[in-house]
Ligand binder design. Structure first.
Ligand code: HPA
Length: 276
């Protein structure tokens, strides 16, 4: 058995032994959505440090635990704290948890993040459903020997973000009266914010928002044939759009300000989520 695959199996077996309900939806919580786990019924936490072979998060303010429980009537398993490429992990480590989700028996993934707005009609605080992404200049989490236990060598990415789940999310937005945007998310490796020239280039390429996460996990999930829904919280306008510098504090502040709205939307989306 491949060494990496064996590590993922060990982590999954450990998690299966610690959760009470079979989760149906995996959730990767980005900045500002952490409090979603406070609304879980019957929550059950596992520290990353206790899970064999799991990396530990290095970002300040990001916990590092899995929380299983029930949201909107559905059993879920949420990652509070994710692994970013900019932290120095190998790209295969960034997506280990996504693959472990699959091995735990999860087929649906909800990923959220904070992102900079490139589309000039966006404003900080907007929520954006991710319709597609751009990341051809970043390393692929699938590089190296193909792990056929998960999927094929050349996986299709023409529908990376599930159309049915996008519809469920649109319905949830209507029902809650929460306004949502839609667009293309561009992956930037970070940790520095982009230059104005990079943002102009991304805009010309068709990106509406930019961020430093999500895409590796989505690629690994699609490789394993999981259904994916992605939502960005636009925390700031991207570099050069407004004539002012970017900083992490603004990102954290905006994420915090809209957390309530984001959590309400996500709860309704999960309630609306039809499992297959
Ligand atoms: N760029 C990249 N990542 C981000 C940004 C940004 O402007 N805002 C939040 N995450």
């Amino acid at each position: 058995m491949d060494k990496y695959y064996k590590k993922a199996v060990e982590a999954a077996e450990f998690i299966k032994g610690r959760i009470r309900l079979q989760p149906e939806i995996g959730i990767i919580l980005g900045s500002g959505l952490g409090s979603l786990v406070n609304d879980m019924e019957d929550p059950n936490e596992i520290d990353y440090g206790d899970i064999p072979n799991f990396p530990l998060t290095t970002v300040e303010g990001h916990a590092g635990k899995l929380v299983s429980g029930v949201i909107g009537g559905k059993p879920v398993l949420a990652m509070k704290g994710r692994f970013h490429l900019y932290e120095g992990y190998d790209i295969s480590q960034v997506v280990l948890a996504t693959r472990v989700f699959k091995l735990v028996g999860i087929n649906d993934l909800l990923v959220t993040n904070a992102a900079g707005g490139i589309n000039r009609s966006f404003k900080p605080g907007d929520l954006m459903l991710i319709r597609d992404h751009i990341s051809f200049f970043a390393p692929s989490p699938l590089r190296g020997k193909n792990l056929s236990e998960f999927g094929v060598r050349f996986p299709d990415m023409s529908q990376a973000y599930d159309r049915g789940l996008l519809d469920a999310a649109r319905e949830a937005a209507l029902k809650t009266g929460i306004e949502i945007r839609e667009g293309v998310y561009a992956f930037a490796q970070g940790p520095m914010y982009e230059t104005p020239a990079e943002i102009r280039a991304f805009g010309i390429l068709g990106a509406d928002a930019v961020g430093m996460s999500t895409v590796p996990e989505v690629i690994a999930a699609r490789h394993a044939n999981m259904r994916v829904l992605g939502i960005s919280c636009i925390t700031n306008m991207a570099a050069g759009i407004l004539d002012k510098p970017l900083n992490h504090e603004e990102v954290v502040r905006t994420a915090k300000e809209v957390e309530h709205k984001f959590v309400a939307l996500v709860k309704e989306i999960i309630r609306n989520w039809s499992l297959v």
